[in-house]
Ligand binder design. Sequence first.
Ligand code: P6P
Length: 334
Amino acid sequence: MIITVQQHLLQQQRNVSEATGRFTWLMHGITLATKMVESKIRSAGLTNILGAYGETNVQGEQQQKLDVYANQALLHCLGLAEGVAALVSEEDANPITVDLNPDNGKYLVVFDPLDGSSNIDVNVNVGTIFSVLRRPEGTEANVGDVANWALQPGYKQVAAGYVLYGPSTILVYTAGNGVFGFTLDPSVGAFVLTNEKMCMPEQGPYYSTNEGNAHDWPEVYREYIRRITSGALGQPYGGRYIGSLVADFHRTLHKGGVFLYPPTKKTPGGKLRLLYEANPLAFIAEQAGGMAVTETGRILDIEPTSIHQRTPFVVGSMVEVKAFKDLVAEMGSK
Ligand code: P6P
């Protein structure tokens, strides 16, 4: 007997007293948009949807055609969803307002429409990442304030999730009551529940990072990789790096281990974005029994100062991430 994501959300909604159905509508917007993206990705090699779009985004990155399509799909579907006040996209410099009426617009959705899109031309997994925030209490319908509404620490997220477009298309999300996994069943065109209460193993077999940057890392990161690969945590480690954040994270969630993107001289504040990459994945990691930190503390405690800000990112199993925190303390105390 299958349970679709819509049925799951309606069941969950019954357990949440103040749920008004707006959250369920919002999640419908996300699942519909990602099914549209999935359909485009599946036929990417056969239609003229691959390659560069010919413009750069606010990050200064060359937009791929599928980046633009995914962004438009999410803006369209979430723009129709009840309860959405505004949207923040990795592809757009400023937030997009939807319904600023305080009686209707209760949520902000922050998303990376298609992360890792540079991998599409070589047929490697890509993903959509999203984070749901409550509109701050007492905010007036003032367009100029909307960007500030999104500047909330990650522990305030209402929900977070991702869709991984791989051999199968999966949706993983949390609303603070555990992590749930769904698989798109093409025969019915619905995400069906395939993993209840996903848990990250306490320790795992892999470390995952771009070691091509190691010469540029702060010393503590080099020492950390030296230690875990020399057996300091009581076992050998294999290296796995796909270069597509959602795929590297999903493997870490399932198998355990650690993923890290340290600061480099080129990106001293880190490469990954706080609001729509690190925060949503950190929320999922913690809900699954893992951890997510920087050298200075918990990812979810960072007070954001701009909607596109970046952060160093160390996420994974309790054993590996705690070992990183202990090393930072050990080296910091030297
Ligand atoms: P690098 C993809 O461009 C991305 O934003 C993430 O998906 C991925 O984890 C990271 O960058 C890869 O970066 O510098 O290793 O190519």
